[in-house]
Design a protein around this ligand. Sequence first.
Ligand code: IPM
Ligand code: MG
Length: 359
Amino acid sequence: MKTYKIAVIPGDGIGPEVTSSAVAVLKTAGSLEDIAFEFTECDAGGCAIDRYGEPLPASTLDVCRNSDAVLLGAVGGPEWDNVDPSLRPERALLGLRAGLGLYSNLRPALMFRELASASPLKNVESMDILIVRELTGGIYFGKHGVFESSESLPDGTVKGLTAYDTEEYSTAEITRILMEGFRYAQARRKKLTLVDKANVLESSRLWRKIANELAPSYPDVALDFLYVDNCSMQLINRPSTFDVIVTSNMFGDILSDEAGMITGSIGMLPSASLGAPGTPGMYEPVHGSAPDIAGTGKANPLATILSASMLLRWSLGETAASDRIEKAVRSALADGFRTSDIGGDISTEEMTRAVIERL
Ligand code: IPM
Ligand code: MG
């Protein structure tokens, strides 16, 4: 029997509740497919700040590096809103992304037919978008700084304290993420939309140039371009026409929340962050730590359970076990199981049980 090493980072807020649901589902799905897991729990985020004085202890990164994949709940909460910016819980996420070289963030925004009525938009019957977000470059990781400026505005006011963040992308970074976008489009409905701001940004123009150069190598994929402001409008206007969207770190962060909302509930959306082939990927729900409902048993565990399904597929190649989980989730929804975020009142535990019973 094959045994996989999984690093589990429960994190803060509802993180521990939803990861324990996903671990339970993984165990059962694994036993049905004759695979086993060795789970190692580690700390990151606010709980790590409390325990070790830093959001991402080196030991956590080590465990992750030596695992086949990482399952993460969520990090952050109001308790840590006033800590030094370099110690914020979010630094743990950025540190894991950089430390594990996770440059490709897959955020599927899939509308489950059973939940179409939860969408804030009228008349959206279907929507199945894969957002491929670049994850270790751009303005998140570019040069940042704060300085005192003695220059003045045209009206003579001295500028004073000034801060900057820079968007910088290299050909190598753009090429590898675009190639991923093309490949995912080939495996799906063969449409790739590059979202940028090429009417203003030099870095966006480089993305477009490289996309146009790569396009002939993927003749079966229809490539088109949208400015990010227009894309945010078109996602509302015609969500079902998108297939794969490839975009920079910051634009992907923003658009994936928008696309997620259109599907009806952010509590349903899984994600994968992948690096070079053969290195561990990280899987986490798109939603955050939801401190307001932590400990109440109201959290929807499905986004994390679906993240576990992605983990099986993308990092372990265990397609049968992955399919089993996806089908069980669909069947639990079809049978009417709903947590409060999707219009019902069952608990995290009841939803988890409903999925496990359907594996
Ligand atoms: C996300 C989050 C993170 C990001 C934050 C928490 C650093 O919003 O994963 O989308 O901006 O990448
Ligand atoms: Mg975000």
